[in-house]
Design a protein around this ligand. Structure first.
Ligand code: HEM
Length: 191
């Protein structure tokens, strides 16, 4: 019973942390500062949150293995859609885990594989977030409860806000860039 609670709790915390990692990753890639946070702090937070997320995901999958009711075996953790029970929902979790593992491996081999390959895998790994979200909605015992629904809605809103901030601000940046190209000595105030 305690294992089951631990599995559910760490699943939810993992999802919340992945949401933070995803949103901060968007912010860092924009090469812009989050207001009140210098860029290096955004990056450091992104890395620390990723480490924490990996820790909670590890506990989540180990407890899934240990919990007799989850009926999950080691292969199901990494090979999607092989579980004997709820293969689709467990498979989406396994896919999310595979992407997170790819992220860890390429992060460790970053200098060897080169920046381009690292970034390709890094961006691919962001799919871990929607996969984990759908996995949680599909299989979670708490999905029907209002609190988990609100957690899910909050996660989606955080990511939507991050995306809106990133893509919404782009035209203004382009305009400023093109203005400074055509009139380098003129100072342009933001709209
Ligand atoms: C990035 C990876 C993952 C994340 C973020 C994640 C997140 C979650 C969340 C939020 C829940 C719902 C918990 C609740 O209802 O309170 C859940 C449930 C569950 N997850 Fe995962 N999961 C991940 C990967 C996996 C993997 C790889 C497996 C096993 C192969 C797995 C097995 C389960 C099981 C069996 C449940 C049902 C627990 C219950 O009875 O409610 N998860 N997961």
């Amino acid at each position: 019973m305690a294992v089951w609670y631990l599995m559910r709790g760490t699943g939810v915390v993992s999802l919340v942390l992945l949401t933070g990692v995803f949103a901060l990753g968007i912010a860092t890639r924009r090469r812009a500062r989050i207001p009140t946070l210098p860029r290096f702090a955004t990056l450091a937070l992104h890395r620390s949150l990723s480490l924490l997320a990996v820790t909670f995901i590890a506990i989540h999958v180990v407890t899934a293995l240990v919990d007799p009711y989850a009926a999950v075996v080691v292969v199901d953790l990494v090979v999607p859609f092989t579980a004997s029970s709820q293969p689709l929902w467990i498979g989406l979790g396994a896919l999310a885990l595979d992407l997170v593992l790819a992220l860890i491996v390429t992060g460790l081999l970053r200098r060897r594989i080169g920046r381009r390959a690292f970034r390709a895998v890094h961006w691919g790994a962001y799919a871990a977030w929607p996969l984990a979200l759908v996995h949680a909605i599909g299989i979670g015992s708490d999905t029907a409860t209002p609190w988990l629904r609100w957690v899910g809605v909050a996660c989606v809103l955080v990511v939507a806000a991050g995306a809106a901030w990133r893509w919404g601000a782009r035209p203004a940046q382009t305009t400023r860039a093109s203005q400074s190209r055509t009139a380098p000595t003129t100072s342009v105030s933001p709209p």
